[in-house]
Design a binder for this molecule. Structure first.
Ligand SMILES: Cc1ncc(C[n+]2csc(CCOP(=O)(O)OP(=O)(O)O)c2C)c(N)n1
Ligand SMILES: [Mg+2]
Length: 754
C-alpha cells in the first residue's frame, strides 16, 4: 500500500504566499525568545564584531521594511486595480546597504528589485518621501516624479537614479559607459554634473548576468581595465538563484565571475545586514579608490514569486517554497533588532504595522491623483522639438577662432576650397562640429588613426587627439552603450557604426534604451546622440549584403528617433549641424545614414562633369528638420526619393525629358524620420504623376510611408508607382544590381504612368 504523505499544514497551502510571508514575519517576531545583548549606543556595533553601527542598522531596517510593505501593498491593491505593477523586491532588501554606502550623486542603473536601495537612497536628500513617490509610480499617476505615470520604474532626478526599461541586462553597457565618461570628461576638461570621484552603480539579477548584453559590458569593462584605463563601475549581481522559474546552477555566479582578471570580484551576504555591511563596504571602497570595474556578488533570495502573476505553488514544491521563505532577510533583520537589544518585540511589530499603514495610505492617496488621460500627454516627453531654438543653434557660428585652429588658417577654411564630394564634406563638417562643441567625442571601429573604412573621419584623430577621437573595441552594443554614458554625463557623443548591417546587431541600445530615456523619465533625463552609420547599397568595389544593407525598417519605427540621409556633400554638412542642434537643444537621438556609394561620387550626368561635387556651406547655414530639396519645377512627374535615389532619379529625369518631353521634378526628402508628410502632399498636388524611388526594401521601407502620406493626403487617385528594392538580402557582385532599383527601372515605371 502506498504511504500517504503527511498533510500539509493549512497555512502553507494557501496560494497567496504574500500573506504567508507577511504572517511569517509577525509570528517570527512574536515567537522570538533568543538571548538579548546589552543595547549598543548608536555609534557602536549593532552586534559584536559587526562593522554596522546600531544607528545605521535602524535606518537600513526601516528601508527594508518600507520596501517590503510596498511589495505587499502592491499585491493587495493590484487586485483592486489601484496598482499596476507587482514585480517586487522581497528577499532583495539587503541592496539597501549598497545605497547606504554610496552617494546620491553616484549614478545608479537599477534592477527592478531595488526597493530597498531606493528607500535608503531617499535618506540622502532632505524632504523626500520614498513611500509616496513609489506609490505614485505603482499607481501610474501623472504625478509620479520618476516617469510621470508612464511606467513603474525606479528613477529619480535629484537622486541620480536613471530609470531603466524592463529589458534585463540592457542597462549594463550604458552604466559602464557612464563610468568611463566620468573619467574621460575630466581628461577633456568637461564640467561633470556629478563629483569627479563618483562611481556608477549597476544592479541586475543572476540569470541576467548570462545575457549577451551583460557579457558585453563585463568584457568591455575588463578590456578597459586591462589597458589601465579607469572604469569605476560597481556591477551588483543580486543572486537569488533563479530567473522566473529557471534555476541558476548552484555556484555558477561565483565560478563565472570570481576568476575574471580585470573584473574585481567581491562577495557579500545580502541576507544579513550585520555580516554583509563590511563586505559591501569593501567592494564600494575598492571601486571608488581604484577606479576599477568591480563585481559585487550579493546573496539574495526571492520571496513571493517573480511577480504577482507567478503562482510558484503551481510549479514548485511546497517544501521548497517554505525553505526559501525561511531565508527571508527581514527575519534576520528582526532577529538583529531583537538580539542587539535595540528594539523589543512590540517595537518591531509596531514599526512593521506603522509602515504598512503608511504604504496603504500613500497608495490610496496615489489612486486619487490624476492619470495620463490623453495621447498628447503620454507622448509629450518622447520627442521634444523646439524648432526655433534648434534652428538658431544649428547656425550658431560663434566659434570662428576654434575653426581657424582646427582648419589651420583663414585660407584653409573648407568654404574657401573648391567643390568636393560627400566624404570630404562630411569630414569637414565633423571637424566643424568638434570645434563647435568641445564636449563632443567621436568614436567607433577604425575611426581614429585609419580615419574610418572610407576615410570619412580622416585627420580628426590628429586634430582632436585620442581623448576625443578614439577607436573602441569591436562591439556595436558597447559603442552605443558608451554613447549613452557620455550623453548621461553631458557630453555630445558622435558614435560611428561601421555598416548599417551592424547597427541591426545592436539595435536595442537605440530602440529599447537611448530613445526610451526621455519617455520613461518624463524628459528629466536626456541622452543626446548623433550616430553616424555608413549605409545602403550600390557599392562598386565592396559587395555583399553586409556592406550594402539597404533596410532601414528597424529604424523607422523607433519612437523619437530622427533619421536623416543626405545625398550630397553640402546637404550633409548642413544636416549634421541641425542634428547636433537637435541633440543639444532637445536631447534627441539622431541617426545619420551616409550613403557609402555616394561618398566618392563626383559626377552626375557624364564622366568628368563634376555634377555631384558641392561647395562647403558656411557654418551659419543649416537645413531645418524636415526640409526637402526640390530639383526642377516640372509638373508632368514628381519623383520622391532620397540617398542614392537622388542622382539616379535626376539622370532618369533627364532621359524622360529627352524621350517624352516631360518636365520632371525630383524631390530629395533628406529627412526620413519623421517624414514631412505635409511637404510630400504639397509637392504631389502640383504634379500629374507620382513616382516613389526607394532603394530600401519593398516591405516596411520609406516608400510605404511616402505612399501612405499621399493616400491620406487625398492624392491616392493620381497615377502613382513605386520603384523599390526587393525583399531580399543583397547578393555579391553584379547580381546586387538585380535586387536594387536602377535608372532603367525608374524610366520604365515612369513610362507606365503615361
Ligand atoms: C532581454 C529580456 N529577456 C527576457 C525578459 C523576461 N524576464 C524578465 S525577468 C526575467 C528573469 C530575470 O532573472 P534574474 O536576472 O535572475 O533576476 P530576478 O528576477 O531573479 O531578480 C526574464 C526572463 C526580459 N525582461 N528581458
Ligand atoms: Mg534571479
Amino acid at each position: 500500500m502506498a504511504s500517504i504523505p503527511p498533510p500539509i499544514p493549512a497555512r502553507m497551502k494557501g496560494l497567496n504566499r504574500a500573506e504567508i510571508c507577511d504572517r511569517n514575519f509577525t509570528e517570527f517576531v512574536r515567537g522570538w525568545d533568543g538571548e538579548v545583548l546589552p543595547k549598543p549606543a548608536p555609534h557602536e556595533a549593532v552586534l559584536p564584531g559587526s562593522a554596522l553601527s546600531a544607528a545605521a542598522f535602524l535606518e537600513l531596517f526601516e528601508s527594508q521594511l518600507i520596501s517590503r510593505h510596498l511589495d505587499l501593498m502592491a499585491r493587495v491593491l493590484r487586485v483592486q486595480n489601484k496598482v499596476f505593477y507587482t514585480i517586487g523586491s522581497s528577499g532583495h532588501e539587503g541592496n539597501a546597504m549598497v545605497a547606504r554606502l554610496t552617494r546620491h550623486t553616484d549614478p545608479a542603473f537599477l534592477h527592478y528589485r531595488s526597493g530597498g536601495f531606493m528607500a535608503e537612497r531617499f535618506r540622502k536628500l532632505p524632504g523626500m518621501d520614498p513611500i509616496m513617490d513609489s506609490a505614485l509610480s505603482f499607481a501610474a499617476s501623472k504625478d509620479d516624479p520618476a516617469s510621470g505615470g508612464r511606467h513603474k520604474v525606479w528613477g529619480s532626478k535629484p537622486l541620480w537614479v536613471l530609470p531603466q526599461t524592463s529589458t534585463i541586462a540592457s542597462h549594463l553597457p550604458k552604466a559602464l559607459g557612464t563610468a568611463i565618461a566620468i573619467e574621460q570628461a575630466q581628461r577633456i576638461g568637461h564640467a561633470l554634473p556629478v563629483p569627479g570621484d563618483s562611481i556608477v552603480i549597476c544592479s541586475f539579477g543572476d540569470a541576467s548576468s548570462n545575457h549577451a548584453t551583460a557579457q558585453t559590458a563585463f568584457n568591455a569593462a575588463a578590456w578597459t581595465a586591462y589597458q589601465k584605463l579607469p572604469a569605476p563601475v560597481l556591477f551588483v549581481c543580486e543572486d537569488n538563484g533563479i530567473g522566473i522559474s529557471v534555476k541558476t546552477p548552484g555556484g555558477w555566479i561565483a565560478q563565472n565571475f570570481s576568476g575574471r582578471r580585470d573584473l574585481d570580484y567581491f562577495h557579500a551576504d545580502g541576507l544579513d545586514l550585520a555580516a554583509g555591511y563590511a563586505q559591501v563596504a569593501a567592494a564600494v571602497e575598492h571601486c571608488r579608490r581604484t577606479r576599477r570595474p568591480t563585481f559585487l556578488h550579493l546573496r539574495t533570495t526571492r520571496i513571493m514569486g517573480h511577480a504577482g502573476t507567478d503562482f510558484e505553488i503551481e510549479w514548485r514544491s511546497i517544501e521548497e517554497l517554505v525553505a526559501v521563505e525561511a531565508t527571508d532577510p527581514l527575519l534576520r533583520s528582526a532577529e538583529i533588532a531583537l538580539a542587539s537589544g535595540l528594539m523589543t518585540r512590540d517595537e518591531v511589530l509596531a514599526q512593521y504595522e506603522a509602515i504598512r499603514g503608511k504604504c496603504f495610505a500613500a497608495a490610496e492617496e496615489a489612486d486619487r491623483r490624476p492619470k495620463l488621460t490623453t495621447l498628447a500627454e503620454v507622448v509629450a516627453p518622447l520627442a521634444p522639438y523646439t524648432p526655433d531654438a534648434v534652428n538658431v543653434e544649428a547656425v550658431r557660428a560663434d566659434y570662428a577662432e576654434a575653426r581657424l585652429r582646427v582648419f589651420g588658417g583663414e585660407d584653409r577654411l573648407p568654404e574657401k576650397q573648391p567643390p568636393r564630394h560627400l566624404a570630404i564634406q562630411i569630414n569637414q563638417a565633423l571637424h566643424d562640429l568638434m570645434a563647435k562643441y568641445p564636449e563632443s567625442l567621436l568614436f567607433g571601429e577604425d575611426v581614429a588613426q585609419k580615419g574610418g573604412v572610407y576615410t570619412v573621419t580622416k585627420g580628426l584623430y590628429k586634430t582632436f587627439r585620442g581623448n576625443r577621437v578614439f577607436n573602441t573595441l569591436l562591439d556595436e552594443t558597447m559603442i552605443l552603450g558608451l554613447a549613452q554614458g557620455y550623453a548621461n554625463m553631458g557630453m555630445l557623443p558622435i558614435p560611428e557604426i561601421q555598416y548599417l548591417a551592424y547597427f541591426h546587431n545592436a539595435c536595442d541600445q537605440i530602440r529599447g534604451e537611448a530613445c526610451s530615456l526621455q519617455f520613461f523619465s518624463n524628459d528629466q533625463y536626456r541622452n543626446p546622440i548623433l550616430m553616424r552609420v555608413a549605409s545602403l547599397g550600390y557599392q562598386k568595389g565592396f559587395g555583399g549584403h553586409f556592406h550594402n544593407d539597404n533596410s532601414i525598417a528597424a529604424l523607422r519605427d523607433i519612437p523619437g528617433l530622427v533619421v536623416a540621409c543626405p545625398s550630397r556633400g553640402d546637404d550633409a554638412a548642413m544636416m549634421l549641424r541641425t542634428l547636433a542642434a537637435l541633440a543639444k537643444v532637445d536631447g534627441r537621438v539622431c541617426a545619420f545614414l551616409e550613403p557609402i556609394a555616394l561618398y566618392m561620387t563626383k559626377d552626375l550626368y557624364e564622366p568628368g562633369d563634376g555634377g555631384w561635387l558641392t561647395g562647403y556651406p558656411e557654418p551659419d547655414r543649416a537645413i531645418p528638420l524636415g526640409e526637402g530639396k526640390v530639383y526642377g519645377e516640372g509638373e508632368d512627374l514628381v519623383v520622391f526619393t532620397f540617398g542614392n535615389g537622388v542622382p539616379m532619379s535626376l539622370r532618369a529625369a533627364r532621359q524622360l525629358e529627352a524621350e517624352r518631353g516631360w518636365k520632371v521634378r525630383v524631390v530629395d526628402l533628406r529627412w526620413l524620420v519623421p517624414l514631412n508628410e505635409a511637404f510630400i502632399v504639397e509637392q504631389a498636388k502640383t504634379a500629374r504623376r507620382i513616382l516613389v524611388v526607394d532603394e530600401g526594401r519593398r516591405s516596411a521601407g520609406v516608400g510605404e510611408g511616402i505612399v501612405t502620406a499621399l493616400v491620406e493626403g487625398g492624392l491616392g487617385g493620381k497615377p502613382l508607382r513605386r520603384v523599390v528594392g526587393a525583399d531580399t538580402y543583397t547578393p555579391l557582385a553584379g547580381a546586387a544590381l538585380l535586387v536594387l532599383p536602377s535608372e532603367a527601372d525608374i524610366v520604365v515605371a515612369a513610362a507606365a504612368l503615361a
